[in-house]
Design a protein around this ligand. Structure first.
Ligand code: NAP
Length: 252
C-alpha cells in the first residue's frame, strides 16, 4: 500500500473530491482525519471508510476559523505522533464579474481559497519537519491556470493560491516538505450548482461541457482521487511546486 502508517488530514472532506480523496488515501493505508464545517457529513464519510475496513476519524472544523483549524492540525499531530499528508481542499466559488461581485464576497473568496490554505500549511510545517518531511496538497483549480469568464473572485483567488503553493514549495524543499496544487476541471459534485444556475440549468451546463472540453464530459471524483494519492505518496517523491491539472483537456 502506498500510504501505510501515514497520517493524513483533509479539509472540506464531507463531500465531493475531498471525500473521494480521503477514501482513496485510507484504502492505501493512511489513517485519515476527515474534516469539514459540516460535522455530520464528515462523520458519514469516516463511517464509510471504517465500514470498508480502513482508518478514519472526524473533526468538525470551518477553515475560516484560524484558531480552530490550527488547533485541529496540531491535535492530530500530537495524538498520532505525526502528520504526513495535508490535503487543504475546502473552497468556495462566487460567480460574477467585477460589477456583480461585492467587496465582501471577494473577501470571503480570499478567506477560504487563499488565507485558509496559508493557515493550514503553516500549522503542518512543524510536525512534518519533525518526521523528515511530508506532502501538502492545496486544491486550486484549472481556473488557477486559465481565465474563466465572469468568475473574477474565483479565478483570481485560484491563481493566487497556485502562486502561494509554488512559493512555499521553493521555501520548504530543503525540509523535504513538498507542496503541490491540485487543479481539477469540471467534476460532477454539488460544487457546480452555482455555475449550473448561472448557465441556465443542467442541460445548458452539459451542452457547455460537451462544446468546450476536449473529452466532452465531466470528470469523476475518483479520477481526481487518483491524483490525490499520487501527490500524497512517494509516487511523486521528486515533485514539488507542480500544478497537477486534471480537466479533460479544458485548459489546453
Ligand atoms: P463539494 O462536493 O461541494 O465539497 C466541498 C466541501 O467543503 C463541502 O462539504 C463544503 O461544505 C465544505 N466546505 C465549504 N466551505 C468550508 C469551510 N469554510 N470550512 C470547511 N469546509 C467547507 O465540492 P468539491 O467538488 O469537492 O470541490 C471543492 C474544492 O475543489 C474547492 O476548493 C474547489 O475550488 C475545487 N474544485 C472543484 C471543482 C469541481 O468541478 N467540483 C473543479 C475545480 C476545483 P458545504 O456543503 O456546507 O458548503
Amino acid at each position: 500500500m502506498l500510504l501505510e502508517n501515514k497520517v493524513a488530514f483533509v479539509t472540506g472532506a464531507g463531500s465531493g473530491i475531498g471525500a473521494a480523496g480521503a477514501r482513496a488515501m485510507a484504502r492505501e493505508g493512511a489513517h485519515v482525519f476527515v474534516t469539514d464545517r459540516d460535522g455530520v457529513a464528515a462523520r458519514t464519510v469516516a463511517e464509510v471508510i471504517s465500514s470498508e475496513g480502513f482508518r478514519a476519524d472526524t473533526i468538525e472544523v470551518d477553515v475560516t476559523d484560524d484558531e480552530a483549524l490550527g488547533r485541529a492540525i496540531a491535535s492530530v499531530a500530537q495524538n498520532t505522533g505525526r502528520l504526513d499528508v495535508l490535503h487543504s481542499h475546502a473552497g468556495i466559488q462566487i460567480e460574477g464579474k467585477l460589477e456583480q461581485v461585492t467587496v465582501a464576497e471577494m473577501d470571503a473568496s480570499w478567506a477560504v481559497n487563499v488565507r485558509a490554505h496559508f493557515v493550514a500549511a503553516q500549522a503542518a510545517i512543524a510536525p512534518m519537519r519533525a518526521h523528515g518531511g511530508g506532502s501538502i496538497i492545496i486544491t486550486s483549480s484549472n481556473s488557477g491556470v486559465q481565465i474563466d469568464r465572469e468568475m473574477i473572485a474565483y479565478a483570481t483567488t485560484k491563481h493566487a493560491v497556485l502562486a502561494m503553493t509554488r512559493q512555499m514549495a521553493a521555501d520548504y524543499g530543503k525540509d523535504n516538505i513538498r507542496f503541490n496544487a491540485l487543479c481539477p476541471g469540471f467534476i460532477d459534485t454539488p460544487f457546480n450548482r452555482g455555475f449550473e444556475t448561472q448557465m441556465g440549468g443542467r442541460d445548458k451546463l452539459e451542452d457547455y461541457i460537451s462544446e468546450t472540453i476536449p473529452m466532452r464530459r465531466f470528470g469523476t471524483v475518483d479520477e481526481i482521487a487518483d491524483g490525490i494519492v499520487f501527490l500524497a505518496s512517494d509516487r511523486s517523491s521528486f515533485m514539488t511546486g507542480h500544478a497537477l491539472i486534471i480537466d479533460g483537456g479544458e485548459s489546453i
